[in-house]
Ligand binder design. Sequence first.
Ligand code: MG
Length: 246
Amino acid sequence: MKFRLLSIFLFSFFTATSIYSQEITDPKLTEVWEPEPKVVSAGITNDHPPSDAIVLLEANSGLQWTHYDGTPNQWTVEEGIMTCKPGTGTIKTKEKFGDCQLHIEWSTPFEPQKQGQGKGNSGIFFQNKYEIQILNSYKNRTYSNGQAGAIYKQSPPLVNATRQSMEWNAYDIIFHAPRFDSNGKMTKKGTMTAFHNGVLIQDHVEIEGTTEYIGPPKVIAHGDDSLVIQDHDNFVRYKNIWLRKL
Ligand code: MG
């Protein structure tokens, strides 16, 4: 009852002090026309990036990527499919990014003999620090915050939408970078929203810090940085990678 009275009071207060205090009969009064969202041509299908995207993998070259030490990308690229070459090392984009929308498709190899973290492991690191896990999590139990779609060791996916090996999975991710003040203190945590094959798996989750294999996350001040794909000794394939800066 107390709550109800309070609600009525707050509602009356709000309406008395807002534009809604007059009875509105004109629908135009609640229309917002400016700014007008700019036109972007969506891809013809999901295999085609929208017109304002930065395409990070082209038909026959992985030129947008280098290895971690800056040497040329040795991963195989054929007909738009880039395959991790185990042992050559993790790769990163030459360009550095902040807030972004990422689309990336991936497929794990057929390896019935493998299990857990050893089965189709790779990963996407935003700003070279924050990993969303790639793993063959189709009927392959491992720790929940380390399965496909996990923000590694921080946030398990809401559900497991992983397709089996050799099939293609898609991640669509909205990443907002953390903010730091001039003393290197984090003033705002980064966030991630992710869809796996169209299914929501991370719902605006705050990122605590770097995604460490051992120990808690670390907070390290940084600016824009590369998108990174992990070499974890498995022949994971990638295609149709594009990014929109936000
Ligand atoms: Mg990984």
